[in-house]
Ligand binder design. Structure first.
Ligand code: G3I
Length: 326
């Protein structure tokens, strides 16, 4: 039994992974990712981002993400969709236009409505707003914040709720697991969406995504992680780990480092098992061959459950052991 089958047996909805169209012709990768026992949920790693889906204003392109969606659907697997309102990977027109409140509201409305309606019925969840916070819990000075203030967040969730009533609507961010001030900021975001300004109607939030881009030896304990998840579920939302990977900060990793990585994976997966409203876990690629980490943080890496050569690591066996014993 693989990761997904064991997660389902443990009472959760899924174990998933990021995937992209450039992974399609890698047969070893496909053999693992097409196995429904191993992975039940997929997130397009890049192809649903604004620069890909609307590269030019009001001209939408879904070719790449559609290929991921069709593959997943034909395998009887599910899709987590990612992402709508984010400061990064934006097309030129969003970053260069001199926006007014009215014109940016119209652009955001067109983007969220068109992309979500295209995938309506396909997405278990959407990461509606991604990474709106600085590390100290204050709002990131994105184009959206600078033009619309904090209300761009409930506005996005109101537009999303109207575009696809069946998708779970998530706020998604990193370091919520490790940085209490940032988690405080995210709790305020949940409350802002639950009690939006009067002129915003129909906003709904169903979940908070913990990206969980963690480091070996710097991962909180299972109890600490579960306590952080519970701060959010206390507000009535579900939670999930949405982009899990645990990077070695020192390479090559020693046997002891790999044991530590395994313990950190077990703590993270275990914390989801401990919290009823934690619905599932997505790893941000399952093989080091496709991990984003070394490209962005030279000197860090080997963050995934499988090696570059698709061998199962100590961390993989430890997660399976944990799930089997649950
Ligand atoms: O598409 C171009 C290609 O045409 C070009 O030849 C190539 C040369 O560098 O770049 C390609 O773009 C790359 C893109 O991924 C698609 O592969 C970018 O350089 C690269 O920076 C980009 O990285 C992605 C990153 O988001 C960018 O923000 C990673 O793959 C992706 O894993 C990462 O994912 C994010 C989540 O969406 C949000 N949370 C953090 C997470 C990790 O950064």
């Amino acid at each position: 039994q693989g990761l997904h089958a064991l997660m389902v047996a443990a009472g959760k909805l899924y174990f998933g992974t990021a995937m992209e169209t450039n992974n399609f012709n890698d047969m070893a990768y496909q053999a693992i990712s097409s196995n429904r026992n191993e992975f039940g949920m997929f997130t397009p790693e890049n192809s649903q981002k604004w620069e890909v889906t609307e590269p030019t204003q009001n001209q939408f392109s879904f070719t790449q993400a559609d290929q991921v969606a069709m593959k997943v659907k034909s395998n009887g697997q599910l899709l987590r969709c990612h992402t709508l309102t984010w400061h990064s990977q934006l097309p030129g027109f969003v970053t260069t236009t001199t926006w007014t409140r009215a014109t940016l509201t119209a652009a955001l409305t067109a983007h969220i409505t068109n992309v979500m309606k295209h995938y309506a019925g396909f997405c278990y969840a959407w990461d509606v707003v991604n990474e709106a916070l600085n590390e100290d819990g204050s709002f990131r000075q994105s184009v959206f914040f600078k033009t619309l203030g904090p209300s761009y967040i409930p506005l996005s969730f109101s537009l999303a709720a109207a575009a696809d009533p069946t998708a779970k609507l998530y706020y998604n961010d990193f370091n919520l697991e490790t940085t209490a001030a940032k988690a405080d900021g995210a709790l305020k975001i949940v409350q802002l969406i639950q009690s939006p300004p009067q002129n915003i109607t129909g906003a709904r939030i169903d979940g908070v995504g913990f990206q969980a881009h963690l480091n070996v030896g710097q991962t909180p304990t299972r109890a600490q992680l579960a306590a952080t998840l519970r701060r959010f579920t206390a507000l009535g939302v579900e939670v999930a780990y949405t982009e899990l990977d645990i990077a070695h900060t020192k390479l090559p990793a020693s046997e002891a480092d790999n044991q530590k990585q395994a313990a950190d994976y077990v703590a993270t997966v275990g914390s989801c098992l401990d919290v009823k409203e934690c619905v599932g876990i997505t790893v941000w690629q399952f093989s080091d061959k496709y991990s984003w980490v070394p490209g962005t943080f030279p000197g860090k890496g080997e963050a995934c459950l499988y090696t570059e050569g698709f061998e199962k690591k100590v961390a993989y066996e430890a997660v399976v052991g944990l799930l089997r014993s649950t």
